[in-house]
Design a protein around this ligand. Structure first.
Ligand SMILES: Nc1ncnc2c1ncn2[C@@H]1O[C@H](COP(=O)(O)OP(=O)(O)OP(=O)(O)O)[C@@H](O)[C@H]1O
Ligand SMILES: [Mg+2]
Length: 500
């Protein structure tokens, strides 16, 4: 049976200054396709999807949608024509209600004469929220009352409005835990059954291969291959992404789980944030300590409390010889603690500043002589970090907001590597990072450990916890529910039992 082509993007080209983000890319999506799109960080995936969803205009090339030439001028226009996208970055607007976020720019659909029919709007919002597993959520609540994950689900609800024929997920699943991911998988299944289409972007190779019917691979802005189901294998995809065979180690290969006796950080009876209660931990010199659980188990609040970003209601955090109490983020930085937040858009980076300014911020002490900051030193410092994490950018002066998602994540890690931190608190550090850099980041963690530095890795990816940590503490409903030593026999199944 011949496939019915829904969308053809032909010879799409796009430059940002000296960056050739898309180089003559042609992609065809047929009805019933779940088209996976993969490539290294900065290879052009978000740029491509934002062009077909009306967010940006190509420099050249044409789009044919349902047999007709299509030049969407805005996301609202593309959505009205049947193309909806959930963007990679935080896509909701603070300070307004959930319903207003869902119908932003489409209020006219609910207009009755000069008025907006708020009741009809709320009813429709509730219907859409139910589709993403948020039946209990009141659409008139402010969006700010929702967690990071639920805000992402609201974006999915918004994209579902109007029942689009092509649904684009730009790294949506990395922002979600299993419950949210299941919502995405269910939508994709329904789309396939209804003979509609999906464009699915994810750095999780196994996930990508299992859900996609075809996979397009981009390298440096150019299309290098389209693979059918039978041709997809993680090794083949990786090889196409980088243009060479990948043989690097991924996780740690040692299983003795050795680290020093010295306790470098201690949390005692911490009660903090919305759910974390009476939690204690000890982090040793040279140890990688994993913290796992469901997303709302309190582990993200734990990271913030350890770094002094939120004040505990009870308990304390002390470091080194335990006579120093961490009371603020400023105090934490002074005591050589680094922190990578899960929410890079709001907490980790100043998006309107350059890569250089973001990277050097925690290290200004190291870069100044007699209170004067040496701009030469600053530049070199930033350039070294850009090179060591292969941050894809036009120069160290590029603003963070114009970096690709994974490269933003690399900047938020680079910030803390340069300032010679002794203790690292990493909250979902590999979020949105491509498989190649992920492997490099794991190797870097191994090196830090070997240098006697200590790491707390908070993660929703159990395989990464098992692969990298000396010990794993699992939280459930804000309390410790299980503790595991590094072992070759540890499986995610055992950890899950303590999580739910
Ligand atoms: N507004 C912009 N200004 C300057 N450069 C930009 C802009 N938007 C994107 N770029 C650059 O274009 C390239 C492609 O970026 P894009 O966001 O499409 O990558 P990606 O494949 O989605 O990467 P990731 O996996 O990290 O999300 C990057 O080098 C990025 O820095
Ligand atoms: Mg992207």
């Amino acid at each position: 049976m011949k496939e019915e082509v829904l969308l053809t993007a032909q010879n799409i080209d796009k430059r940002f200054g000296i960056t050739h983000a898309l180089n003559d890319v042609t992609i065809e999506i047929a009805r019933g396709d779940v088209m996976g799109l993969i490539g290294e960080n900065g290879s052009g995936k978000s740029t491509f999807s934002s062009i077909i969803s009306g967010m940006q205009r190509p420099d050249s090339g044409t789009i044919t949608w349902k047999g007709q030439e299509f030049r969407p001028q805005s996301m609202v226009e593309a959505q009205a024509a049947g193309i909806s996208m959930v963007v990679q970055e935080m896509g909701t607007i603070s300070g307004i209600s959930i319903a207003d976020n869902i119908f932003l720019g489409k209020e006219k659909d609910f207009r009755r004469g000069p008025f907006i029919n708020k009741k009809a709007m709320q009813k429709k919002a509730s219907e859409l929220l139910a589709k993403v597993g948020m039946k209990e959520t009141c659409p008139t609540d402010r969006i700010d009352t929702l967690s990071f994950e639920n805000r992402k689900l609201v974006e999915i609800a918004r994209a579902l409005y109007g029942n689009p024929d092509l649904f684009i997920f730009d790294e949506t699943t990395t922002a979600l835990s299993q419950k949210g991911r299941d919502v995405v998988y269910r939508i994709m299944e329904e789309y396939q059954k209804e003979n509609k289409s999906v464009l699915f972007i994810s750095h999780d190779l196994e996930e990508l291969i299992s859900v996609s019917t075809k996979v397009t691979v981009l390298r440096d802005g150019a299309k290098v291959a389209v693979l059918g189901k039978e041709e997809m294998s993680p090794d083949r995809v990786k090889e196409l992404m980088v243009g060479r065979k990948i043989t690097e180690e991924y996780y740690r290969t040692d299983f003795d789980g050795s680290y020093g006796d010295e306790v470098v950080m201690k949390a005692t009876h911490l009660t903090a944030g919305t759910i974390l209660e009476d939690f204690s931990l000890e982090l040793h010199k040279g140890e990688i300590l994993g913290i796992g659980g469901l997303t709302d188990c309190g582990m993200h609040d734990l990271g913030k409390a350890l770094f002094g970003l939120i004040k505990p209601l009870t308990g304390s955090v002390t470091v080194y010889s335990q006579d120093t109490i961490i009371k603020s983020a400023y105090g934490a930085i002074r005591n050589k603690i680094g922190y990578v937040s899960k929410n890079r858009d709001l907490e980790a980076l100043d998006m309107n500043s350059s890569i250089k300014d973001n990277i050097t911020l925690p290290s200004l002490d190291l870069l100044s002589n007699w209170f004067l900051i040496s701009s030469q030193k600053e530049k070199k410092f930033a350039k070294d970090e850009i090179e060591s994490l292969s941050i894809k950018c036009s120069s160290e002066l590029q603003l963070c907001k114009s970096l690709s998602g994974g490269n933003k994540q690399k900047v938020s890690i680079a910030k803390w590597l340069g300032n010679q931190s002794e203790i690292f608190i990493f909250d979902c550090p590999t979020r949105g990072i491509d498989v190649i850099v992920k492997a490099a980041l794991y190797q870097l963690m191994i090196q830090l450990k070997a240098q006697g530095k200590s790491i707390i890795m908070i993660s929703e990816e159990l395989t990464e916890l098992i692969g990298m940590c000396d010990r794993i503490m699992i939280l459930k409903d804000g309390k410790l529910s299980g503790s595991f030593e590094r072992s070759e026999d540890l499986t995610d199944h055992v950890l899950i039992q303590k999580m739910v």
